[in-house]
Design a binder for this molecule. Structure first.
Ligand code: AMP
Ligand code: GLY
Length: 423
């Protein structure tokens, strides 16, 4: 079966790599793809994912049997709906279902309505009302731009001054664009965070193995929030007892809620959890694989992902088995120094021999080819992933492998997986 992957990041590279392992996989296309994906797929840089007509025409012309949509923007934009309308199988939620990520106000109201545990919150459409509320609120407090903001639209405010500035940043200066037209103000929670990606077919939900992101830019969870500087899988904090609780109180109820709202969820539902002193609560939902969660979860997946994805699209997920290796994986992101703010691009990259064997993977996230050479082209440049028999081994292997990749302003956190190992 020919397959088309939409996207150009490390997540999509990992997806393409995993799809290609399937014995049923035919030719692989990536739109637009990246230089790493180009080693296993034909890249299609000239069609924009937002041009639904062109994507549909391309998929028809190439006899594509399954389209896999990686990032949130094309999902929110209804690419899966356009493909489905044209009779092309597409893995991912519809535009309506993707709103579970695209609007934090929608997802918070959903959780409230269906009694799914989450932090207390209020929704505001006017800055004046938000400021009024903040005058008597408890601190710290969390401000969230309602819409999509590349994982950066969340501000944790220690006091009233910071919160007032935050309202200005989000609602008046529109730092995150129209995502800040509506503001969610949320109670501050504490505890370890766990990412659980779940396959869904609109009815059945099957969680994958857990992961743990490291969102802050600097060691010791300091610095700005980023898209994710590294990940480990599984999370030692996510016990069987917690998983069982989540299945009954979060995963199944979320599926039932979305169906009941006329937005059955198909694809991957990413549930961001916080294990608080008052129990497990949902931090957020995403309508897709995490990045870099995919880079640690997929290398541990035993099952044929193409089988699972087809089952999701066809509404028969209950018929397939989802299995993971009993090992661990660690992904360390190699970034351009300065990310998530300003950073230089166009630095030439050298990669030494060693990836693609012994459980070592190099996923391209922000690179491009210039005159036949790979150069840096983004904030997160590579994900270096290693698998090992346990977290300690995977972590040592991953950090050793980061030495195989060099570019001028290379930056990484040195403590990915450290807290988990100490736990
Ligand atoms: P989100 O995009 O909603 O996952 O938020 C990004 C990050 O901000 C999360 O991964 C948490 O680290 C932090 N965060 C979000 N909401 C809260 C909250 N209510 N309490 C504490 N931290 C939060
Ligand atoms: N790594 C977090 C995300 O993909 O949203």
């Amino acid at each position: 079966m020919n397959i088309l992957v939409i996207g150009s990041g490390g997540r999509e590279h990992a997806l393409a790599w995993k799809l290609q392992q399937s014995p049923q996989a035919g030719k692989l296309y990536a739109l637009p793809g990246n230089p790493g994906m180009a080693e296993i797929a034909e890249c299609v840089p000239d069609i924009a994912a937002s041009d639904h007509g062109a994507v549909v025409a391309f998929a028809k012309e190439k006899g594509v049997g399954l389209v896999v949509v990686g990032p949130e923007a094309p999902l929110a934009d209804g690419l899966v709906d356009a493909l489905a309308d044209a009779g092309i199988k597409a893995f991912g939620p519809s535009r309506l279902a993707a709103e579970i990520e695209g609007s934090k106000a929608f997802s918070k109201d959903l959780m409230k309505k269906y009694n799914i545990p989450t932090a207390g919150y209020e929704v505001f459409n006017s800055a004046d009302k938000a400021l009024e509320y903040l005058k008597t609120a408890n601190y710290p407090i969390v401000l969230k731009a309602d819409g999509l903001a590349l994982g950066k639209g969340v501000l944790i405010c220690e006091n009233k001054d910071e919160a007032f500035n935050g309202v200005k940043t989000i609602m008046e200066d529109k730092k995150f664009g129209s995502a800040g037209n509506t503001l969610v103000i949320e109670e501050f929670m504490t505890g370890p965070e766990v990412s659980v990606l779940c396959f869904c077919d609109g009815e059945t939900i099957k969680p994958m193995t857990s992961a743990m992101d490291h969102k802050r830019a600097k060691d010791g969870d300091k610095g700005l929030n980023t898209g994710g500087m590294g990940n480990i899988s599984p999370s030692p904090f996510y016990t069987k007892e917690i998983e069982d609780f989540c299945m009954e109180n979060i995963y199944k109820p979320t599926m039932a809620a979305m169906k009941n709202e006329g937005r059955p969820f198909k694809g991957v539902l990413f549930v961001g959890l916080m294990l608080t002193p008052d129990g497990v609560k949902v931090l957020e939902y995403n309508a897709r694989f995490g990045d870099p969660e995919a880079q640690v979860v997929l290398p541990r997946m035993k099952s044929d992902i193409l089988d699972i994805m087809e089952a999701c699209v066809e509404g028969r997920l209950n018929e397939v088995e989802l299995e993971f290796e009993d090992n661990a994986a660690v992904c360390v992101v190699l970034a351009s120094d300065g990310y998530p703010l300003d950073y230089d691009k166009g630095k030439e990259v050298t990669v030494k021999e060693g990836f693609g064997k012994n459980g070592l993977y190099l996923y391209h996230a922000g690179t491009k080819l210039v005159d036949g050479k790979v150069v840096t082209a983004g904030g997160r440049v590579f994900g270096v992933t290693a698998t090992g028999k346990n977290l300690k081994e995977a972590r040592e292997k991953a950090y050793k492998a980061t030495e195989l990749v060099e570019f001028e302003n290379k930056y990484m956190r040195t403590d990915i997986g450290k807290k988990a190992l100490e736990a």
